[in-house]
Design a binder for this molecule. Structure first.
Ligand SMILES: Nc1nc2c(ncn2[C@@H]2O[C@H](COP(=O)(O)OP(=O)(O)O)[C@@H](O)[C@H]2O)c(=O)[nH]1
Ligand SMILES: [Mg+2]
Length: 309
């Protein structure tokens, strides 16, 4: 996970070579001019690293600018440890500015608490719903799932099988039936049995498919979710920003779940999303097993991408 980004940061900040440069420069009383040139070179290395790691161009510029600002008059400070710490602070600022990692899904203020999952096909919605149901059950909560992806033949079977696996009831209607009424039934079912959470699946063939967008809007209107989450696939790289913006514009959502980070070596999508989409990352998917869903923790991420403490 994030191996390439970690390796590049390690190369810049903790390679023996760079540490030797530090020592040599200090010994030789490097001139201010030399320091500024060297500092520019380090900034450039950081910029290239971010761009190569799926951090979008705009986010990269934002980070480099903010790094330069926070260093201010310290342009001449060229020790790698110091710059690494400043970069860490800058990235932490970005990934926490939308309250990423701070919403506690377990603190539901309503019963049932309805969560609607949106996202285009293949991003991992259905799997994530099963993982979320498992997460909640493990913490003593009761859950029911609404099989509101009635668009794809296999979708109802898929969620039913996952439901059996984790012992969570799945409310379903027939293939092609009205997804909003499935959600409605599931909420009714939860109310009657005092169930804590309703997780609503949805279809999402293409982000540009007008009918499906209308269908999602209708589910949202009927289910009146307490929380709407957009599921994004980290593997698609820069496209996550465009996808998120389309959903923001068309339906709106409260937070993001980023999936498939276990297969993501580049590692920068968390930074881009945080920098450019003003919604928190709530959870991350880190594998295909039921326990592979983690509340997003900014410090965990920083520890993954920087090798020194
Ligand atoms: N490696 C990995 N695969 C995942 C993750 N989340 C989902 N998947 C896989 O992504 C594929 C599509 O998932 P699915 O839930 O059917 O997507 P949906 O079309 O959005 O409902 C499946 O093969 C899942 O096992 C994850 O966090 N890591
Ligand atoms: Mg699905």
């Amino acid at each position: 996970m994030f191996d390439k980004l970690r390796k590049k940061f390690t190369d810049i900040f903790t390679s023996e070579n760079n540490e030797n440069i530090n020592d040599r420069a200090n010994l030789n009383n490097e001139s201010d001019e030399q320091k500024i040139i060297r500092r520019d070179h380090i900034d450039q290395q950081i910029e290239e690293t971010l761009l190569e790691s799926d951090v979008s161009f705009d986010s990269t510029q934002m980070i480099i600018e903010s790094l330069k600002n926070s260093m201010g008059k310290l342009k001449k400070r060229v020790d790698y440890k110091f710059i690494e710490n400043e970069l860490k602070k800058t990235i932490k600022g970005e990934i926490t500015k939308n309250n990423g990692g701070s919403i506690n899904i377990l603190n539901a203020n309503k019963k049932p608490y309805v969560i609607l999952f949106l996202g285009i096909n293949g991003t991992g919605k259905t799997t994530t719903i099963a993982k979320m149901a498992y997460f909640l059950k493990e913490r003593g909560k009761s859950v029911v799932i609404a099989a509101s992806d009635t668009f794809r033949a296999g979708a109802i079977d898929q969620i039913s099988i996952l439901g059996k696996e984790i012992n969570v009831e799945v409310i379903k209607h027939d293939f092609k039936s009205d997804p909003a009424s499935v959600a409605y039934d599931a909420i009714d079912h939860a109310r009657a049995r005092s169930i804590d959470y309703v997780l609503v699946d949805s279809a999402g063939r293409m982000q540009t498919n007008k009918n499906l967008l209308d269908e999602m809007k209708k589910i949202k209107k009927v289910a009146k979710p307490d929380l709407t989450v957009l599921v994004l696939d980290a593997m698609i790289g820069h496209d996550v920003i465009e996808q998120a913006n389309t959903f923001l514009k068309e339906i709106n959502f409260d937070g993001i779940i980023l999936t498939k980070l276990d297969t993501d070596a580049r590692g920068g999508s968390i930074i881009s999303i945080s920098a450019e989409i003003k919604k928190p990352i709530l959870f991350i998917g880190v594998g295909q097993k039921m326990e592979d869903l983690m509340p997003f923790d900014p410090d965990w991420y920083l520890n993954k991408i920087f090798s020194s403490k």
